[in-house]
Design a protein around this ligand. Structure first.
Ligand code: ADP
Ligand code: 5GP
Length: 224
C-alpha cells in the first residue's frame, strides 16, 4: 500500500499540546532521555507505540510498547489507525492517531520516540497541512558510532545479529538529522538531559503558547 494513502487522518486534532518527536540511532540513549523527561515534566506523556518486535527481557506489554502480532499490525494499517508507521530493523512500529489526539486535546505535551522514517511521515503531513499541531523535531546523537555499539552491548538485551543490523542502520539514520530542529549529543547523560529539558521549556515559552495566559493577566494593559 502506498504510504500516502495511510497518512490521511480522519479527524482534525484541536491541540493545545506540543508534539516532541525524538529520533536517534539505536543505542544513542533516546529511551533513557525520553523516560527522564516524562518523569521530570508532569504534563508530558510518552505515546506508547505498537510493535511486532518481541518484548525484551524486562519490557512490559502496554507500558513499553503494545506488543502485537503481524496480522494485528496489518489490520491497524488497513483501517488507517496509525498516524505513522515504519519497518525498523526487521520489525514494524506504529503510532496510534487516536492516542496522540486524545493526549494533545487534554492539553498534554507528547514525546514521540520514533525512527527517522516515521518522523519524516509526520513532517510530510505537517508540510501538507494534514496535521496542524505545534511540533518540534529533536535528533539525539551518540558521542561516536563506537559508543553506540558499546551501549547496545551493555544494555545486554539484543542478539549479536540484531546489534549488527542496528549498527548498519545507524549511518543512514544519522544522515537524516539535518532536517531536525534540535540536535543533542548524548555524551554525558546529565548534560544531554539538561539540553532536552531546555528545549522543552523554550518551546513551551514561545509567544503563541503563552499569549492567552498573558492576555488573561495583562489584558487591560495590552488593550485586549
Ligand atoms: P536507545 O533507546 O537510543 O536505543 P537506550 O536509552 O536504551 O538507547 O540506551 C542504550 C544503553 O546506553 C542503555 O543501557 C543506557 O542506560 C545507556 N546510556 C544512555 N545514555 C547514556 C550515556 N550518556 N552514557 C552512557 N550510557 C548511556
Ligand atoms: P527498539 O526496538 O529499540 O525499542 O526501537 C527501534 C526503533 O524503532 C527506534 O528507532 C525507535 O525510535 C523506533 N520506534 C519505536 N516506536 C516507533 C513508532 O511508533 N514508529 C516508528 N516509526 N518508529 C518507532
Amino acid at each position: 500500500m502506498n504510504k500516502s494513502e495511510i497518512l490521511n487522518p480522519k479527524s482534525e486534532i484541536k491541540s493545545s499540546g506540543i508534539l516532541f518527536i525524538v529520533s536517534a540511532p539505536s543505542g544513542a540513549g533516546k529511551t533513557t532521555l525520553c523516560r527522564k523527561a516524562v518523569d521530570y515534566f508532569s504534563d508530558l506523556r510518552h505515546s506508547i507505540s505498537y510493535t511486532t518486535r518481541p518484548p525484551r527481557q524486562g519490557e512490559k506489554d502496554d507500558v513499553d510498547y503494545h506488543f502485537i502480532n503481524k496480522k494485528a499490525f496489518q489490520k491497524k494499517i488497513d483501517i488507517g489507525e496509525f498516524i505513522e508507521w515504519a519497518e525498523v530493523h526487521g520489525n514494524r512500529y506504529g503510532t496510534s492517531f487516536n492516542d496522540i489526539k486524545s493526549l494533545l486535546e487534554k492539553g498534554l505535551d507528547i514525546i514521540l520516540d520514533i525512527d527517522v522514517q516515521g518522523a519524516r511521515q509526520i513532517k510530510l503531513q505537517i508540510a501538507n497541512c494534514k496535521l496542524q499541531i505545534p511540533w518540534v523535531f529533536i535528533f539525539i546523537f551518540p558521542p561516536s558510532l563506537d559508543a553506540t555499539k558499546e551501549r547496545i552491548k551493555k544494555r545486554g538485551k539484543d542478539t549479536r545479529e540484531t546489534i549488527l543490523s542496528r549498527l548498519k542502520n545507524a549511518r543512514a539514520e544519522i544522515k537524516e538529522a539535518v532536517w531536525y530542529d534540535y540536535l543533542i549529543i548524548n555524551d554525558k547523560l546529565e548534560d544531554a538531559f539538561e539540553k532536552l529539558k531546555s528545549i522543552i521549556v523554550a518551546e513551551r515559552s514561545k509567544r503563541e503558547k503563552m499569549i492567552e495566559q498573558v492576555k488573561r493577566l495583562y489584558g487591560k494593559v495590552l488593550g485586549k
